[in-house]
Design a protein around this ligand. Sequence first.
Ligand code: NI
Length: 227
Amino acid sequence: MLLTIPQVLTKGEVAQIRALLDAADWEDGGKTAGAQSGAVKHNRQLPPTSEAAQTAGQFIVQALTKQPRFMSAALPARILPPMFNKYEQAENFGKHVDNAIRVNPLTQERLRTDLSMTLFLSEPDSYDGGELMVEDYYGQKAVKLAAGDLVLYPATSIHQVTPVTSGSRVSAFFWLQSMVRSDIQRRTLFDLDTTIQALTARLGITDPQVVDLTGIYHNLIRQWTDV
Ligand code: NI
């Protein structure tokens, strides 16, 4: 499932984070890539342990975990600190798959990457190209969102970032391990939760069938989660 979470950050918050990032030192993005992805990765990024990356990353994770739609869709167990990249002057990131296991550079904790996230920090009309192309069961989708918006997609997918032919594309990218390993089970839980929220709005939280469905949701969570 590919899902957009709009306005994770306000425009003011984007401007604050951009001021922090734009003043920081960027390095070659190949440093944190795996063998295959390193061969096709042409961009720059902030050192993951730099103060700017940590400050901006913590702010983003705090804002994101306040979003009920994100929590419902991702059911996060652990979230890796966001990293930051920049594409300019025809830089791009060719087709690749993200590493299945990553190590948190701050805690050395290992984490399985179930879901990938990109939070856009440049307005789409400020650069040409730079689409995130994600292949899923239904074909290829091009994603280019407003600054402050986030896309959540399965880390199992092959994806790429097309060349940025003018302007500058800055974004945060990161991964999470979900409490639910299976994409189809996460999708089912998200659909059920969304339906329960809509029924609750129509019938009230004490409606007997709303209570029953809420019970079914939690019983599925009990069956399918590892916490
Ligand atoms: Ni990737």
